[in-house]
Design a protein around this ligand. Structure first.
Ligand SMILES: NC(=O)c1ccc[n+]([C@@H]2O[C@H](COP(=O)([O-])OP(=O)(O)OC[C@H]3O[C@@H](n4cnc5c(N)ncnc54)[C@H](OP(=O)(O)O)[C@@H]3O)[C@@H](O)[C@H]2O)c1
Length: 305
C-alpha cells in the first residue's frame, strides 16, 4: 500500500526530505506538503513533478488540517517553531472532525535537540505516536537538493511506540540512510538530556569544521575576497582529507601534524605565529583536544560498522 507522508515546512530539510523520499528506487510515497506560505509548499511539491524527482507524487495542502489522513507527518520547521506547529496540528485536527479517531500513525519532527514527546507534547492527547527523525547531515539551502543527499548518511530516530520507531526506520531506509542508535536512556528525562547533548556535539562538529576553515582562510587572505575564497577551497580540501581519515581508521592514529608527531618546538612556533590573533585560542583548544586524544588508552575497540 502506498503510504502518504505529510511534510510540514518548506525549508532546507523539507526540500531535502521531499527529494530523498521520491528518489529512484525508494518505495512509492504520496507527499502532501504544508507550509505557512502556500507558494512555498507548492514549490516543494513541484520539485517532485518537475523531473528533478523521479518517484511518487506530491501536492501542496492549503490547510495543515489536510495532513490529518496522512500515515505519518514529518515536521521540518525551525526548532523554535516545532511546539507552535504541534499546537496548530492539535487545534486543526480536533476542530475539523471532532470525535473522529483517525490520526496519523506517527508525527515526527526533524530537530536533533529534543525528543518528539517533549517538543510535540501538545499532541499527547491524540492517538498518534510522537517522535523525531533527525538527519545527522549538514543540509544547505539548495532550492533543488539532490535526491541522493541522504544516501549513506546517519539519522537518529526515536518515538513513543515501537511501531512508530519501526516506521521512522523504514523512512530512513527508503532515503538510503542508516540509523545511528543513541544509547538506551533509563528515563524520559535522561532521554531528553541525551538528545540535547547529542545535538550540541553535532553542532560542535559541523559548525566547528566550517568555522575553522573559514577563520583560517580569512587569516590568510586579509580583506581580499578572491584570495579568501582560494584559501577556503584549499583548507576545505584539507578538512575533507582529515574527515576521510576519521572514517577510515580509529583512535589517535588518524591524527596528523605537529601535535600528533610530538614536535613541541614546531607547536611553539605555530603559537608564536598566531599570538594575539583570534585563531590563537582556537589553536590552543584544538591542541588540548588532540593531546587528550593522544593520551587515551589504545585498547582495541570493536568496529561498530
Ligand atoms: N539544515 C540542517 O542542516 C538540518 C539538519 C538536520 C536537522 N535539521 C532540523 O530540521 C528542522 C528544519 O531545519 P531547516 O534547516 O530546514 O530550516 P529552514 O531552512 O530555516 O526552514 C525552516 C522552515 O520552518 C518554517 N517555519 C518557521 N516558523 C514557522 C512557524 N511558526 N509555523 C510554520 N512554519 C514555520 C519556515 O517557513 P517560512 O519559509 O515561511 O519562514 C521554513 O519553511 C530544524 O528542526 C532543524 O534543526 C536541520
Amino acid at each position: 500500500m502506498t503510504r502518504t507522508i505529510g511534510i510540514v515546512g518548506a525549508g532546507a530539510v523539507a526540500r531535502a526530505l521531499a527529494a530523498a523520499l521520491t528518489r529512484r528506487g525508494a518505495p512509492e510515497f504520496h507527499l502532501l506538503v504544508w507550509a505557512r506560505r502556500l507558494e512555498a509548499a507548492a514549490a516543494v511539491a513541484q520539485l517532485a513533478q518537475s523531473g528533478q524527482l523521479v518517484q511518487g507524487r506530491a501536492s501542496a495542502a492549503a490547510s495543515i488540517g489536510e495532513l490529518r489522513h496522512c500515515d505519518v507527518i514529518l515536521v521540518a520547521v525551525s526548532d523554535a517553531a516545532i511546539e507552535a506547529v504541534g499546537e496548530l496540528l492539535l487545534s486543526e485536527f480536533t476542530t475539523q472532525e471532532p470525535g473522529s479517531l483517525s490520526f496519523p500513525q506517527a508525527i515526527l519532527h526533524t530537530g536533533g535537540a529534543r525528543t518528539g514527546e517533549d517538543a510535540l507534547a501538545a499532541l499527547a492527547s491524540l492517538d498518534t505516536a510522537l517522535g523525531s527523525l533527525h538527519p545527522l547531515v549538514a543540509v544547505s539551502g539548495d532550492a533543488a537538493p539532490a535526491p541522493e543527499l541522504f544516501a549513506g548518511m546517519p539519522f537518529a530516530v526515536e518515538a513513543t511506540t515501537a511501531e512508530a520507531t519501526a516506521l521512522a526506520r523504514d523512512l530512513v531506509g527508503a532515503m538510503g540512510g542508516f540509523e545511528v542508535e543513541l544509547p538506551a536512556a533509563p528515563s524520559r528525562s535522561a532521554a531528553r538530556e541525551q538528545k540535547t547533548r547529542y545535538h550540541a556535539l553535532a553542532t560542535m562538529v559541523a559548525t566547528g569544521v566550517v568555522t575553522l576553515v573559514d577563520q583560517a582562510a580569512a587569516a590568510m587572505a586579509s580583506a581580499d575576497p578572491v584570495e579568501r575564497e582560494r584559501f577556503r577551497r584549499a583548507y576545505g580540501e584539507l578538512a575533507r582529507s582529515a574527515a576521510r581519515n576519521v572514517l577510515r581508521d580509529r583512535g589517535a592514529s588518524v591524527l596528523t601534524g605537529a601535535i600528533a608527531r610530538g614536535d613541541d618546538a614546531l607547536v611553539d612556533r605555530h603559537l608564536a605565529a598566531l599570538a594575539g590573533t583570534p585563531n590563537e585560542p582556537l589553536y590552543r583548544a584544538v591542541e588540548s583536544a588532540a593531546r587528550r586524544m593522544l593520551n587515551e588508552p589504545t585498547a582495541e575497540t570493536p568496529d561498530p560498522s
